[in-house]
Design a protein around this ligand. Sequence first.
Ligand SMILES: Nc1ncnc2c1ncn2[C@@H]1O[C@H](COP(=O)(O)OP(=O)(O)OP(=O)(O)O)[C@@H](O)[C@H]1O
Length: 630
Amino acid sequence: MAIRIIDKQDKGPSLFDEPAEELKTPAKKPREEAAEKPAKEKKQPPKPKKSPAKTQTVSLFDESEPEPSAKEQPEPAEETPEPAAEDNKPAAEKQPRSKRSGKKNGKAATAESMAGKQRDISISEFFAKNRHLLGFDNPRKALLTTIKEAVDNSLDACEEAYVLPAITVTIEQLDENKYRVTVMDNGPGIVKRQVPNIFARLLYGSKFHSLKMSRGQQGIGISAAGMYGLLTTGEPVQVISRTNPKKPAYHCHVQIDTAKNVPDVVMDEECDFELPTGTKVTITLEGRYLKGKQSVDEYIEQTAMANPHVAMTYNAPDGSSYVYERQSEEMPFIPVEIKPHPYGVELGMLYKMARESRAKKLPQFLHEDFSRVSLNLAKQIVKDAGLSIQLRPSKCTLQEMEAVHKAVNKTKIMAPSTDCIGPIGEERLEEGLKRVVEAEFYAVCSRKPSVYRGNPFLVEAALAYGFKDNDSKKDDDDRQPLMQLKRVANRVPLLYQQSAGAIYKAVLDVNWRNYGVSQSRGALPSGPLLLMVHIGSVWVPFTSESKEAVAHYPEIIKEIKLAVQECGRKLGRHLKRQRRVKQELQKRSYIQTYLPHIGEALRDILALKDNEVTDVVEKLRDVLERSRKF
Ligand SMILES: Nc1ncnc2c1ncn2[C@@H]1O[C@H](COP(=O)(O)OP(=O)(O)OP(=O)(O)O)[C@@H](O)[C@H]1O
């Protein structure tokens, strides 16, 4: 397998495991080396929209494994004593395996030779090899992940700056597998000095250390997309950003040096920008555009649905454009940063926090470093732990903190504040669902915040029942289709790995038959059902860096089950009522059928006249009608 990389002379270091001294980056060279170089080899003045001048093909597999140095040579075979049993074997069998088979299988390693190879691995080298962990397993998913990362960042940035987001997403197909993705937002922009690190350095971001709900959290997303683009097409990320309407925008082309996880600015300049403030990011990558499930189209649609305050324009590569008008001029709830809640904080973390605390007394530490702990409650916890309230937290022993930890978990502490998590809310959930499906019945449930490992989170569920949907046609044997499950985390739709996460597990664990819905063992319930589950948290525990599924924390599974069961109960009541109505209608229709015969019988028995018979039958019909329970 071969991929193209940028000519080292023009664009800096190779992306592969070459020794550091071979990485020639004009912009990054040490001063002495740069001085030795002829003037024309020094960094060229920036040219706008520079595309890679030359490309070369390099094998992805390291075929040129260097011969071990004399120092690394393994010990000669004859110096290694053979085990006694080996002595009785024929001469051919006494030889090392590699010689016996006649194949060159390499030489046995020694601790010394292994030590020579043991070295640091840069985070970006790791993720370049393990790109599937970041959601770049195949070209189709890579296209979606790239757009998702850029759009999520734009939404986060706008909301942080209290700006109603207006976002444009454009995908252009350059050749069969090559696409150019551009995402532009009207957010606050990014200051010049941060642009290179944000777009070309993994694990660099503003959200990792803050305890509040946001779409991004790890500081990997957009730089990983840029790295994938670089690996697959050799093109750097192009960024234009303006932070001040009175000043020009900053334009740069930047790429990641994977060996060191540092940015390499290939070109930068000042330029015009169509918006007063905002950011436009362009990534060229190997991708594949397909419509349907798990497509970019589906992601954009679901994002627009979960974020009614966003105006979104989407230009698809097939030439079609979709405009999602802003549905609400109201900013959504903007979460505020909070301190950790004491429930669920692990002992090791509590001990570390205490050691690092500057508080003079233990109760003060608990009060200041955690949310929902008043000074009185903190004193109570310390007393319950059998400790003096005069203790200095930084001097506490592990045993003392263990006592505090136990006391915390026995104390009733107020649930974490909802300020750090923005629920969609029951009303908006139902509205959102109604925009997607027209159903006969809707049920919603927004749970109160809870805590896992000290992190507040909340779960919301919305259920639609009884709708016609083209996506879920009945099977040939007329079996009901399975429920459609839509998973959303911090307002971001999750399209992959449905069955791997806590949401799927919790929905499966619910006994849907209790609510009058059929369900086969180990499967989602079946019927015209659509269930949306939203988890909002200051830190959503995803199963991997690609943020596709929520990890199986028992506290989270329990909350999801409770929210889903609440919707299920409402559905159960609706279905029960529906069945009762059906049965009653059936009985009424029988009686209706026999009413004329009753009239006939009454005429014979009571010798009634025709008009009297009609009168009696009408009255009976009226009684039947007025006694309807629905
Ligand atoms: N369009 C933008 N406008 C303003 N700031 C941005 C924009 N895009 C990215 N940033 C900043 O760059 C940081 C890094 O973004 P990145 O996508 O790499 O990680 P993240 O969003 O923090 O987390 P995650 O890896 O979970 O997506 C963000 O935390 C944010 O501060």
